[in-house]
Design a protein around this ligand. Sequence first.
Ligand code: BGC
Length: 492
Amino acid sequence: MSSTQMSKTADVSGETCTLHTDGIPPDTLIKVQRYLERFHLTREKLQEVSERLRKDLIRGLGKHSHHKAPVKMLPTFVRATPDGTEKGDFLALDLGGTNFRVLHVRVMEEQQRVLKMDSQICAIPKEMMQGTGEQLFDHIAACLYDFLLSHNLERETLPLGFTFSFPCEQKEIDKSILIRWTKGFNCSGVEGEDVVKLLKEAIRRRGDYDIGSVAMVNDTVGTMMSCGFRDQSCEIGMIIGTGTNACYMEEMKNVKRVEGEAGRMCINTEWGGFGDDGSLRDIQTEFDVVVDEMSINPGVHTFEKMISGMYLGEIVRLLLVRLTEDGLLFGGRTSKALLTPEAFETKFISEIEEQDNGLENTQKVLSKFGLKWDTVDSCVVRLVCDAISSRSARLCGAALATLANRIRVNRRQERLKTTVGVDGTVYKKHPNFSEELRATVRLLAPKCDITFLVSEDGSGKGAAMVTAVMVHNYCLLFIAELMNEYVLFRQQ
Ligand code: BGC
């Protein structure tokens, strides 16, 4: 390692955080660290955050308190993980991440596996993400038609699973009211409406094909269920990608909004909304406040805005601009690109923090941004990225620890052994995110032994893509289960 290279040996206990900062002159380092300190969360602070979330989970579950709760704790009506005996032909839509996908899956009971699957990715232009709901659903219906046509399925009426990764109040399996848009979406006329109805109306407007019954599912639930196929003890699903969220199996007796006391139900926590009542103000920095104010949904999804891929790059950019203005970077000269909102993508953070090629990657990114950098600048930029991504990982770790502790206490177990199914680009692509997250969970949930199951494997882009498709196919497997469960639930 050269003297100017940094490697991170962050101690997540929060007491000491040793970063190799060789090559940065001491006076610059002190000033830079003054900014970065604001992103450092001590063990005590993380514990406090976890405790606040614990209380918010209870508020969200309560019959009379859930209306005002920032963490929505939405019942999903999923009461069991799949047993692999489901079969049939399904269509699936997946909306909510960076892309919109259409899939066709054939599941054979005997093999207990997906026999055939095809998928297609459709881009959703940014204007459409913020246009009218009618335009969005017409586009989705058109993509679905193209897919059916190219797979000779346009005359079939197949059941459809809809992975819709936004907070929805699930009224019935095929009735799901959008509470609010998150991430980059803000289409008019959809909030407060039944998303399934809007989809069906768009298909009816076309009149050239039809679909069968529809099952709605959040991506966290899909992840938990898909991982549940590989590991029966998977009871938590977590996403750290464009957005962040988690679901887990809660005791029915605690789900006050749903009749019945027996068994468990999967709860979509929507933890991205944590802090929307101001409870995280003490840890929000001025940069978080700007990110929130400039977003299309100010005041909403506070926790998500400190954590997920949609926002991390922007926090880094704002910090870099400030450090430059303070003369601590690039000889005090910014560039047009650096001053452009959202120009600094979160994937750059992962590239910059890479152990082996990080310094080189940093310099490539800075050159791309038209900045005049030297080696000290590159080191400072790496420190900045590290501070932002570490905070994100630790906050996620604290939140996950809250869920694990809750499950353990619910079951009155001395030790809990459980598995978390995880998906999302931030978790999967960042070089040390998962490590820091785990360390935080170990610290805050010492009586829980947690196995992490990434819901896709393969490092290559192509492999990742194929597996991403798999994940949602598995999600379809459980939709059959979901439908069965729902029927049983209605009969009770
Ligand atoms: C949404 C969640 C979703 C998460 C991850 C959040 O913005 O509110 O429903 O699970 O993103 O995609």
